[in-house]
Design a protein around this ligand. Structure first.
Ligand SMILES: [Zn+2]
Length: 484
């Protein structure tokens, strides 16, 4: 009797009569050794920190495309070659000489925000803070627009930088020749600003020639700006190196005739910050194991699992370039989507700084979408507890690739290694040369990966389509996108 029963089971599974459940499917493909192998390659010294546009960054991309090929993941229509969404990259070097002159006043101490070489004297117009209302009834065509940095209501440095690109867009729209912001940032802050902005910049797509600089109020007196008629700006020695980078994409079609029209995006950035000066131990490579080989490999694990066991909904995998240069790859993707964005019902992004609690998976934006239950249940199954953003003051939700999708209305949390605060333990590895593949706990990673893949399966098989929780910052954008 017993033998007969065993035979039935063997026959049954051979014929696929005894269906595996999601948890069994996840366990059958996620493996600690496979995770390790990917990690040790992607975070190797040989890949020199996977900088966007670098040869090594492109080798990482090739590796990822080949993994998708091996799993049997399908190419997405519209790629440049299988699995490649190519992206033109500009690597600009800063001006070698700069000067701003206004009547008797002049300064070489400029912060270069945007623009190509220029040497031009032109009429100027002073426009308070340079916000929309300041342009009313003013003719700024072919003039230097001179404004005060920041905005009236929020005059701290960080928000002044945050609003700078909005101001630039306004000045460009109204036909100004360039934008000069006078900043009262203290000297120490000025030095950090100069270090941060007056160096090589990576951008994608069309180059912006429009000059946009900050000048210090200690050199340029605003009282005199209002009376002056002409100003001149000189930026010299800017060079542009044109490079190519790419997002890596692939898809798996869903099994349900209706739900397969909806896609779940599984995404992570694979780029990191490259190399720097050697430290005491002669290490110059920022390996980026946690940030973000871990996220990259979670997406690979998902792809491997779904190629073998597709879910009801379809899957789109995207591995972004350029995150560390300012979310470039994800922004490029949402502006040039390969599949209609309104068919993408959820983006399950993974990005990581490090971990300080191995009992957790930290999901930035966990409770902001209706998928929270699925993620919490999956984490529990894998032996972890899912928690939401423990450091809202860091504004992490709006600092990773998920926000490119969220801003379009797509529910998009970011799945991260367990952390309870952005503390010393995190900063020990975050953007450090020590962020390497050989100082990770792979027992913990294994659970973390099981939890991600199972979460994805639960969300993709759920009869209910995930959405933003009512009242969320991006709820209205979602309603608009999906015409709900
Ligand atoms: Zn990073």
């Amino acid at each position: 009797m017993k033998r007969y029963f065993t035979l039935l089971i063997i026959l049954g599974s051979a014929l696929g009569l005894i269906a595996q459940n999601d948890w069994e499917m996840v366990q059958s493909t996620v493996s600690k050794d496979i995770i390790k192998a990917h990690m040790y390659f992607l975070a190797s010294d040989e890949l020199k920190g996977r900088e966007t546009g670098s040869h090594e960054g492109n080798v990482a991309a090739l590796y990822l495309a080949n993994q998708l090929r091996k799993y049997g993941v399908k190419d997405v229509p519209g790629t440049d070659k299988p699995y490649y969404q190519s992206i033109p990259v500009n690597k600009l070097s800063p001006p070698t000489s700069m000067e701003f002159k206004l009547g008797e006043q002049s300064t070489p101490s400029l912060i270069w925000l945007k623009g190509a070489d220029v040497s031009k004297s032109a009429p100027l117009i002073y426009l308070n803070h340079g916000l929309a209302q300041d342009y009313e009834g003013k003719d700024v065509k072919d003039k230097w627009v001179v404004v005060r940095a920041g905005a009236e209501e929020e005059d701290n440095l960080q928000s002044a930088i945050g609003i700078a690109s909005t101001k630039r867009k306004l000045a460009m729209e109204f036909g100004a020749f360039g934008l000069i912001e006078v900043s009262s940032a203290p000297e120490r802050a000025w030095r950090s600003l100069s270090f941060y902005f007056n160096r090589k910049k990576t951008s994608i797509g069309e180059l912006v020639d429009f000059p946009h600089v900050w000048v210090p109020s200690s050199d340029i007196d605003l009282e005199k700006v209002e009376g002056a008629a002409e100003a001149s700006l000189k930026l010299e020695g800017i060079t542009n190196e044109k490079l190519t980078s790419q997002n890596i994409v692939g898809m798996v079609e869903g099994t349900d005739s209706v739900l397969k029209k909806e896609f779940i995006i599984y995404s992570a950035h694979y780029d990191h910050v490259g190399t720097g000066k050697p430290d005491k131990s002669q290490d110059s490579v920022f390996n980026g194991a946690r940030d973000n080989a871990v996220g990259t490999v979670t997406v690979l694990s998902m792809a491997e699992n779904l190629a073998k066991f597709p879910t009801k909904r379809s899957a789109l995998f995207i591995l972004f370039t350029g995150e560390e240069k300012g979310l470039l790859g994800s922004q490029y993707y949402v502006e040039h989507p390969l599949l209609p964005l309104d068919k993408m019902v959820f983006c399950f992004n993974s990005d990581n700084g490090g971990y300080n609690d191995k009992t957790l998976a930290t999901i930035i934006g966990l409770n902001r979408t209706t998928a929270a239950r699925n993620i919490i249940d999956a984490a529990k199954m894998a032996g972890l507890r899912a928690i939401d953003d423990p450091a809202p003051e860091q504004n992490l939700f709006d600092r990773s690739d998920n926000v490119s999708f969220a801003a379009k209305g797509i529910p998009a949390p970011t799945y991260s290694l367990g952390f309870t605060a952005f503390d010393k333990e995190i900063n020990r590895f975050y953007h450090q040369r020590s962020d390497q593949a050989d100082n990770l706990d792979y027992e913990y990673l294994y659970k973390f990966f099981l939890s991600y893949v199972l979460s994805g399966r639960y969300i993709a098989n759920d009869s209910k389509t995930p959405f933003w929780v009512e009242g969320d910052k991006y709820f209205e954008a979602g309603k608009e996108l999906y015409e709900k």
